[in-house]
Ligand binder design. Structure first.
Ligand SMILES: [Zn+2]
Length: 352
């Protein structure tokens, strides 16, 4: 078995994923044609594996690919990332249903619980700010009637002035405080590719995250975010809104809810329907006031989708290199010479 690249002689690395074929960190396989390549980490060229070594390895690769929860595919190329970091690139018609890939299942629960424990300490403070939002909605409106102690007043002022995120758009810089986060809503945008967006109030000022700006005001303009901006804002708001985590039952409910979603957008469309139907009572607390199992499920779907999209970004490049490698493989297979001989010939040629 070879361990260096035919093209550049760099080491192909090793994996612990495929017992029968421990060479390479990135393996490409075509189960229909029985081909297996190791992709060189250095020059990105595809190295065809010798005939006698590939069959069992292809079977294992196919099994691991089907079991993988983290995978993405186009019409001809699929990519799955294994737990040890090994990547499997599958050539051929996609394994259905691809949608199962973004579903979390029990593995997520464990991860989420760990996350919940991790943020518990910080969450108390963040939770305070988020509670302050709806209260300040009244304050900023001019009704200073309710008696407040110094602590809660302090929290409210911090929450209304400290910039936690920025949204810079065509109109210029925009800042968000915890107060602004509480004005967030999910809205349906039927004509947009994403089909949903975020409506939120912003302060038009150029202040860095973590700094203090002007106090939030009920008159701050409301803007609509779509596409990438909506995704980014939703991720940030959900992370904060869910930072206190959920009790076991809420997390279980969220996982069940997520499993019923027929697309990653489903949670957002449900949230948009709640904002539309429930009116002002929902609008006070923003996204943080949505039912906890829905908020958790939306965050789970968002994480899963962003990982999947990162994989998809690599697919186009992979498809191009596969076509090239496929031509070489077709020639190699049509020759009667064993490939190991061919490999040696190529190596010899490289030295001449
Ligand atoms: Zn190479």
């Amino acid at each position: 078995m070879y361990s260096t690249c035919i093209h550049c002689h760099a080491s192909l690395g090793a994996n612990e994923t495929i017992e029968q074929f421990p060479v390479g960190r990135r393996l490409a396989f075509d189960p229909a044609k029985g081909r297996l390549w190791v992709i060189c980490p250095q020059c990105r060229q595809w190295n065809l594996s010798p005939l006698d070594e590939r069959w069992e390895a292809i079977e294992s690769a196919e099994r691991l690919y089907r079991d993988s929860k983290l995978r993405a595919s186009t019409d001809q190329v699929g990519l799955a990332r294994m737990r040890d970091g090994t990547e499997l690139i599958r050539i051929g018609a996609p394994v259905l249903p691809e949608m199962a890939a973004w579903r979390y299942g029990p593995r997520f629960e464990t991860r989420y619980r760990r996350h919940v424990i991790g943020v518990a300490a910080a969450a108390t403070i963040v939770g305070g700010y988020l509670v302050a939002g709806p209260v300040l909605g009244v304050v900023a409106g001019g009704a200073w009637g309710a008696p407040m102690n110094v602590l809660s007043l302090g929290r409210i002022l911090v929450g209304a002035r400290r910039v936690v995120a920025r949204i810079d758009d065509e109109e210029g810089p925009g800042t968000l405080t915890s107060w602004h986060l509480a004005t967030s809503r999910v809205i349906a945008l039927p004509d947009d590719p994403l089909r949903w967006g975020i409506s939120i109030q912003v302060k038009r000022q150029d202040v860095a995250i973590g700094r203090y700006g002007k106090v939030a005001d009920a008159k701050d303009p409301r803007i609509t975010l779509s596409g990438e901006r909506a995704r980014a804002a939703a991720g940030m708001i959900l992370t904060r809104a869910n930072s206190t985590g959920g009790r076991r039952r809420a997390v279980d409910d969220a996982v069940r809810l997520l499993e019923r979603f027929d697309s990653p957008q489903r949670g957002y469309l449900q949230a948009a329907a709640i904002f539309r139907n429930e009116g002002s009572s929902m609008k006070r607390g923003g996204i943080a006031a949505l039912p906890i199992e829905l908020r958790l499920a939306m965050e789970m779907a968002t994480h899963e989708e962003s990982e999947r999209r990162a994989l998809e970004g690599e697919l186009a490049a992979l498809e191009a290199s596969w076509k090239e490698a496929e031509e070489i493989a077709a020639i190699a297979d049509s020759l009667t010479l064993p490939e190991q001989v061919l490999t040696r010939l190529e190596r010899l040629a490289g030295r001449l």
